[in-house]
Ligand binder design. Sequence first.
Ligand code: UD1
Ligand code: UDP
Length: 367
Amino acid sequence: MKEILTVVGARPQFVKAAVLSRYLNENGERLGLRECLVHTGQHYDDNMSEVFFREMGIPTPDVNLAVGSGSHGKMTGEMLALLEAIMLERKPDIVLVYGDTNSTLAGALAASKLQIPVAHVEACLRSYMMAMPEEQNRRLADQLSTWLFCPTATAIANLDEEGIRDLAGPGTPTADRKRVTNVGDIMYEASLYYRQAVSAPESVAARFSVRVPFSLLTIHRAENTDDPTRLHCIADAIEALSDRTILFPVHPRTRKIMAASGVHLGKHVRQIDPVGYLDMIALESTCELVLTDSGGVQKEAFFFGKPCITLRDATEWVELVDSGWNTLAGADTEKIIEAVRAATVPANRPALYGDGACAEKIARELA
Ligand code: UD1
Ligand code: UDP
């Protein structure tokens, strides 16, 4: 039996782990794989962490490092030290990380320093904006990983452009040899599986006391929340859309910053606490359109057939822009308003994210 030590820590990673951890639970024995799930504790509020484990049937983590919030260096450094100790104790055969958070980087770096091969799921995405913490984390994780599980053809093309594959060569230690696969998008598989668990999605609006039709808004990225000018420009656009009903599940980071910087939104914006994944996908499937700076929510808008206006200057999910499902409006007040007014559902929904059997492909490759 080979042990995969999986590192998760932030909300989108729980959604991704829900898919692969379930697959490994059900098929691991047959494949000779068992999973040890480690939660770094980067996200810790019930509605940012525990609710996902409860609702999505994710196994209780074997270990919770309870690292909590802090500056990037402190948080990543603490995770690194604690993860190293666990890896030394458990001696896993593979360490698996998801996406681009500080938990991703800490997991990949701790393992790589111990010569444990790393598997990176959602590999090789690029925004080409090195100032983003996510871009730093994902580039480093890709460099450190043996298995690069890419979600799209664009990700594979990014990898080839950077020549990361060429890190391998004759005599290179096994852990440096890259194994690259386009396995499709794991969040697509999550959306297919969990939509069956949502009964009467149309009742979700009433539960959150919001009038139909409504637009769904999320904001949390550092580039928007830590830049008062950008945050105010986005808020101005939201204020100007007062003829619409907007539902805004507010990330705790954003709630704190909005309160501290005096950003108030009008009555047409219903602000609620973060919701669990099942409510979130019910909201995505009943809303009229999505406004977001989230990576995952951009894709989910597409999975549920809703146009998306992205509050960023660049996206890793470029195929959504190319196919007309996503409009990049940045933090430009006028552009956001215009994009909302012009939003339509494109006629075609191409198969951009694989066949929905991502977990099986990852598990087989690792086995
Ligand atoms: C992190 C990821 C980001 C990802 C996001 C998903 C990094 C650098 N960023 O951003 O890529 O898109 O998660 O949601 O890893 N907080 C709470 N309760 C919680 C968690 C956070 O109150 O349970 C507050 C704290 O004030 C904390 C702040 O949110 O300081 C930011 O949390 P942090 O994990 O540092 O970054 P996110 O913005 O959540
Ligand atoms: N999500 C959720 N509740 C919310 C907001 C988001 O369940 O209130 C889910 C969302 O459906 C998606 C994931 O969290 O699956 C995306 O995480 P987030 O936007 O925090 O991070 P990103 O994808 O930008 O890294």
